[in-house]
Design a protein around this ligand. Sequence first.
Ligand code: CIR
Length: 253
Amino acid sequence: MFKRAIVRKPSKNFQDGITKSNLGKPIYNKALKQHSNYVKVLDNCGLEIIKLNADDRFPDSTFVEDTAIVNEEFAIITNIGTLSRKGEEVEIKQVLEMFYDNIESIKKPGTVDGGDVLKVENCYYIGLSKRTNKEGARQLIEVLRKYGYSYVTIPLTNVLHLKSGVSYIGDNNLIAAGEFIDNLNFIGYNIIKVKENEKYAANSVKINNYVLIPKGFEKLKESILSLGYKIIEIEMSEFRKLDGGLSCLSLRF
Ligand code: CIR
């Protein structure tokens, strides 16, 4: 069970965040509204919410998931693999120090984005991407081994982050889109296949008794409901315009 989550309000220059999508500029006020609804949902899932103030130095800083990897035992401060986001992790580290005795960090030339790291029970899947390089993965693996976790590295082809295309919702169920549907590394899991036109929703997250999915993806919603899960849908349109998925908006631990 997760007890708490760290979130950060979108900054005023949020619309200057990095994007490869062609969905237009996000509307700031709408993003604020969607963000506060997201926070309310986390609260309804039973989490204590640690809310950080907006940080106008970093347009992408609302995507806190990329700054750290957290579980019940340790926190790893990442070194985000894109220049404009370097420094976002500083305040996150200060907050995590209040909760963790074991804090590790990825150091340059290693880079890791938290969005590339998917925990499935005691195994970590690590996406090798434009953001997470081999040296970052090597340092991460060193930490995982120290704490007794297993790991698998997966080179990415089309997605920004590993978790843009695959999520784990417990009970051996993986939600997967595109390049991850037939990925040999995921043999043995029950794969909930996401259709191409719903691939944004492959980034979903299970928090305690609920699976949180972005709003408007009916086929995936039906598949998850048919497995007996309780679902909460969240409007994510403004974050999607910056390639941000649902998991990216929080660090849960
Ligand atoms: C970026 O490109 O870094 C942001 N615009 C989106 C980050 C999304 N984070 C994530 O998938 N974990």
